[in-house]
Design a protein around this ligand. Structure first.
Ligand code: GSH
Length: 144
């Protein structure tokens, strides 16, 4: 039986984009269900009752939530075109930076918007993004 993959998404969601990029890199056929986050569907709430957020991926009817969890699941099930490194140490580093983006960069960038560009908010976002840029510029990261 062919795999049935459905992704509950929202146009502007960077977390859903992350999963769509992984699905496309791996060439996994999938159906998109675009949510209206101001009027969430009963299915989204049923499949992600804890956070009620997108993305949610259904694989043969089984829901998987949280973008980074979904990406690891994709690598576990579809071995071709791995997203994460095979080496345990490099994989741990990538997990660290992915969590850094979620915990530090995303809130700092959002804060620049909600504070209408307040100076401290801009400085904080700049500092976090600089950490990320330094990491991405490291030679061994670029040569993976
Ligand atoms: N940590 C979650 C974050 C998901 C998230 O915050 N999604 C937003 C869209 S960008 C959402 O669904 N927001 C609706 C809400 O919070 O009610 C992940 O990585 O999947």
């Amino acid at each position: 039986m062919a795999d049935e993959v459905k992704l509950y998404t929202f146009g502007g969601s960077p977390f859903a984009c992350r999963v769509r990029i992984a699905l496309n890199l791996k060439g996994i056929k999938h159906e998109l269900v675009v949510e209206d986050l101001s009027n969430k569907s009963a299915d989204l709430i049923k499949y992600n009752p804890v956070n009620k957020t997108v993305p949610v991926m259904l694989h043969n009817g089984n829901p998987i939530t949280e973008s980074l969890v979904i990406i690891e699941y994709l690598d576990d099930v579809w071995k071709e075109a791995p997203i994460l490194p095979q080496d345990a140490y490099r994989k741990a580093q990538d997990r660290f930076w992915a969590k850094f983006i979620d915990d530090k960069c995303a809130p700092a960038v959002l804060n620049t918007v909600s504070s209408h560009g307040e100076e401290n908010a801009l400085a904080e976002a700049h500092e976090q993004l600089q950490f990320l840029e330094n990491e991405l510029g490291r030679e061994e990261v670029l040569w993976r």
